[in-house]
Unconditional design. Structure first.
Length: 314
């Protein structure tokens, strides 16, 4: 007899239970949800909402916001699904992505391609019809940059991260445009904050997963800088410092006041300290520290910006 004792009855039943249609549907829905890369999509939609309410001010309404989130949300689904379709062979070679629906064989290539294309068409049509044409065009440009430029470029140069940061920084601008805001300095400030925020975050991920990326043939900076210790961390410091400076821009433009500026300085300083610690000692612990700092920094910064903006309006 095993030293672990008898297998519990409920476990035995679970492993021999028939495959019911409910379980099939639940698994299918879970795989479709995974195609959208939900954590990334939700973060993007949060920034869309921030851009929308900042541009609309006290005239914003739920109907306009929900239409913007609906159309851009479908575009986000398209982005995730088509990215996984294009990178299915690379995903199969990386531990962190091998269990995605396509490489694991739970969904077919035609099925995933269909989901991506249909989501893109309906999302862009939704935006053009119920929001405004410029938001639809800007969203289409975001998809093209992400799928047709950034995705294939990852196999050729570590500069792909810089290219990929452009579509990654556009969601708040899409929200801004959806509310009827002009492409002015205020919209650019939101873009700049998101653009710079991504680099320490992505560099930490790329360092943690450098062997995986190398196995998949992706040219990420930590692998390119393998013979120059500290370069990845130094790049993170430069971008975190630039972010700290640029985060003051909305205050100068009158989008928010001193309360936001104080929050931006505190949050940006914390992000910078995490980047410095990673540069000083590149390790799993310090790389994760940068990730945690990034995930704290952005939501709180956007919350402070939105709150202080409406405080000034009242």
């Amino acid at each position: 007899m095993s030293s672990l004792g008898p297998i519990p009855t409920d476990y035995t039943a679970a492993t021999t239970a028939p495959l019911t249609w409910q379980r099939v549907v639940a698994t299918r829905l879970s795989d479709y949800a995974e195609l959208a890369k939900p954590r990334i999509a939700v973060m993007a939609l949060v920034t869309v909402a921030v851009g929308y309410v900042l541009a609309a001010g006290d005239t914003w309404n739920w109907s306009g916001l929900l239409h913007a989130l609906g159309g851009i949300g479908l575009a986000a689904v398209a982005s995730g699904a088509l990215n996984q379709y294009l990178e299915r062979h690379s995903d199969a070679r990386m531990t962190r992505t091998a269990n995605r629906p396509l490489p694991a064989g739970r969904l077919g290539t035609g099925e995933v391609l269909g989901v991506g294309l249909v989501s893109a068409v309906f999302g862009l049509a939704w935006l053009a019809w119920l929001v405004n044409p410029i938001t639809a065009v800007a969203t289409a440009l975001t998809l093209v940059l992400y799928l047709a430029v950034y995705t294939p470029l990852k196999k050729h140069t570590s500069l792909a991260t810089t290219v990929g940061a452009v579509p990654g920084a556009l969601p708040p601008v899409l929200g801004w445009l959806a509310a009827g805001g002009p492409l002015d300095s205020a919209a650019l400030s939101l873009f700049a904050i998101l653009f710079l925020w991504q680099f320490p975050h992505f560099l930490a991920i790329a360092w943690l997963c450098r062997d995986d990326y190398d196995e998949a043939g992706m040219k990420m900076l930590p692998r390119a800088a393998a013979h120059r210790p500290g370069l990845t961390g130094l790049m993170g410091i430069i971008y975190a410092l630039a972010l700290l400076v640029v985060s003051a821009w909305p205050r100068q433009l009158g989008l928010a006041g001193d309360a936001y500026l104080a929050a931006a300085i505190v949050l940006g300083s914390g992000y910078l300290v995490a980047a410095i610690r990673f540069w000083w000692n590149e390790s799993i612990r310090t790389a994760r520290g940068v990730l945690y700092a990034s995930l704290i920094h952005l939501p709180l910064l956007l919350a402070a910006l939105t709150w202080d903006h409406f405080r000034l309006l009242s």
